[in-house]
Write a protein that binds this ligand. Structure first.
Ligand SMILES: [Zn+2]
Length: 630
């Protein structure tokens, strides 16, 4: 479907690799840079090392005007895919993905070979990191890839096996494929597939580009999410069972999920709200002192973080989990999803005396507790550093700990990956700039106090719309924020996916790679790829919603369904409510007009949140995922 449209997109191409800077008809630029690092010396060195010369660069640059690389001609395979032997799993998988999609597009199956013959070749290679000192110093280098497309040869070179896979997805995107929504791809049909000569050198702006799978519905959905994450060049998946007691939901599916992650070279965090995972409330009867003192009594499931015996048991349980699940890179240690924290004299460091008339200010109480929490996290991290030196501990600054780093707080240990959540921010105002948001500025100010003292940290955002009716035109703010965060050298950003907002998520993935994109172009790109013959209309509509809501106060869709519960109701919620009748009319009109059944299904899904206007369609954007054994 959508062949004509896809052709147009192939030349427009993804913001990802800034292909507009490397249009085939112009003299090729050796460097299509992203970020601040110049690549010219390393690039030339690379050619010298891999059988080319600097002169070759120039010769190639001159010969680009004539013809491109032909993958398939009138349904016949014209090239072979070269994957050296032995190759890391993601490189073999990259070869298979390229073969699979070219076949789906054209019907032609390109052979995968280990050594090149005389045929035109698509060569997949990963550059050994010890060739480049920069790779050792800057973790973003791991995802650096280069594409070189000439008449007889396509070279896809990654700094790591995963980066080779990213290079393949970039090429497929240039050929018109679109990875818009998990489990619902756009693959154009073509008898002939070719690509004009091109050089791309792409590297992400952020080290941690993460998305969260909550609450792990079907295995098929989890796999589709992981697949979508890799196709959109993100590198971390957070599986979030939020378990009470051992994370059985992860045990049940890890056999099926882990191979999918390994194929794609994705990193894995497991956990979410996990105080009650590593130390379940079933232990309350035997050990009430392990749990939080709050409102005059000990009660589960929040923990008393200064209790040493509790900490010993919790570490043992975590180690047992890590022994069983060696695939885990980061293990979460978040609070319970509430506002409860332990107010015992030890956790509050003696500032509150029970029964005293004068109560200390709430701010001082929370500051004291936050110090105790970080000390607790560091104790756990210290033990895990010994038993599982490659694993990091993942605490979250959120709710109970939502504040600036207090004076006297120790720095998080080196094997801690600290998340900084922006819960209940102003969703339609940028973190910095006009119109100003006091809440957002407070979040960012707090972030910086933590980032300054943390070796590894990331911002925990909500690009998804988890507030009913799950409509959240946030692309403009997402891109502006990521530009700000890049300029502050923030290491990464994660988003929840609960209540999936397809345009936001697509735009966020692009801006996580290269924040300096046009948000309007990225929104348009999504709509043109996904909504085929009504793509232009959908793009206009999305841009209008975005422009109309930008700058209003409010969190996501709060107040859209229940303005009477707010005093005064958030302006953004009221705006969404006013758009509802027009949106229903518009979407129904397009549903009637489109001639593409796949587009019709997508529009029907997009209509759901507006028409139902309730809590039902939380994953409205997803196709239905069913597990074969269910
Ligand atoms: Zn306590």
């Amino acid at each position: 479907m959508g062949t004509g449209r896809s052709l147009a997109l192939a030349s427009m191409n993804p913001t990802f690799s800034l292909a507009r800077l490397a249009t085939p008809n112009k003299r090729q630029q050796v460097r299509v840079g992203i970020g601040n690092h110049s690549w010219i010396p390393a690039w030339c060195r690379w050619w010298l090392l891999f059988g080319g010369t600097v002169c070759f660069c120039l010769t190639l640059a001159r010969s680009v005007c004539c013809a491109g690389f032909i993958f398939v001609n009138k349904g016949q395979p014209m090239a072979e895919i070269v994957v050296g032997e032995p190759s890391a799993l993601p490189i073999s998988f990259a070869g298979q993905e390229l073969q699979r999609y070219l076949k789906e597009m054209s019907g032609a199956e390109l052979p995968i070979v280990n050594a090149p013959s005389k045929k035109p070749a698509i060569v997949l290679v990963s550059r050994s990191s010890d060739l480049d000192k920069q790779a050792l110093e800057d973790p973003r280098e791991e995802d650096h890839y280069r594409l070189s497309i000439a008449k007889k040869n396509v070279r896809i070179e990654g700094a790591s096996p995963r980066a080779v896979l990213f290079g393949v997805y970039d090429i497929l995107e240039r050929l018109g494929c679109g990875w818009c929504v998990p489990g619902d791809e756009v693959v154009p049909k073509r008898a002939t597939i070719e690509l004009a000569p091109l050089r791309v050198d792409a590297r992400p702006a952020f080290q941690y580009r993460m998305m969260l799978d909550f609450h792990m519905l079907t295995v098929a959905q989890t796999i589709a999410i992981s697949d979508w994450i890799a196709k959109n060049r993100m590198n971390w998946v957070r599986e979030c069972p939020n378990a009470h007691g051992e994370p059985k939901a992860w045990y049940d599916r890890r056999d099926r999920i882990v191979p999918e992650l390994k194929k794609r070279g994705l990193h894995l965090i497991v956990g979410g709200h996990t105080m009650h995972t590593w130390l379940p409330e079933t232990l309350f009867d035997s050990h009430p002192e392990w749990f939080a003192y709050d409102g005059g009594a000990r009660k589960p499931p929040t923990l008393c973080v200064s209790n040493p015996e509790m900490t010993t048991q919790l570490i043992q349980n975590m180690e047992q989990f890590l022994g069983r699940c060696p695939e885990v890179d980061v293990i979460d240690l978040w609070h319970t999803d509430s506002e409860v924290f332990c107010r015992c004299a030890k956790c509050l460091r003696g500032i509150a005396i029970e029964g005293a008339k004068e109560k200390p200010p709430a701010d001082a109480v929370q500051s004291a507790y936050v110090i105790s929490y970080i000390e607790f996290v560091n104790r756990v991290a210290g033990a895990i550093a010994k038993s599982h030196p490659k694993v990091m501990i993942g605490p979250l600054i959120y709710s109970q700990t939502d504040r600036a780093m207090p004076d006297g707080c120790p720095a998080p240990a080196d094997n801690v990956l600290l998340g900084l959540a922006h819960f209940h921010r102003d969703s339609y105002r940028p973190l910095v700039g006009e119109p100003k948001s006091t809440i957002n500025l407070r979040f960012l100010g707090n972030d910086l106090t933590w980032i300054a003292k943390s070796k590894h940290s990331y911002i925990y955002e909500y690009y998804n719309c988890w507030v009913a009716p799950y409509v959240y035109p946030g692309a403009q703010v997402i891109v502006r924020d990521l530009q700000t965060l890049e300029s502050l050298q923030v290491q990464g950003v994660s988003s929840d996916m609960y209540g999936y907002s397809p345009v936001n998520m697509y735009v966020a993935a692009r801006a996580l790679w290269a924040p300096n994109i046009s948000w309007k172009e990225a929104v348009r790109e999504f709509c043109l790829r996904y909504y085929g013959d009504v793509g232009e209309e959908m793009a206009e509509n999305e841009l209008q919603l975005e422009t109309g809501i930008f700058g209003l106060n409010g969190y996501q869709a709060s107040g859209a369904r229940d303005p009477e519960k707010w005093s005064p109701p958030p302006a953004a919620g009221l705006y969404l409510q006013r758009q509802r009748p027009e949106q229903i009319k518009l979407l129904n009109g397009m549903i009637a007009r489109t001639r593409d059944p796949q587009v019709k299904a997508r529009l029907e899904r997009a209509l759901k949140p507006w028409s139902l206007w309730n809590k039902e369609p939380r994953f409205w954007a997803f196709p239905e995922f069913k597990d074969s054994n269910e």
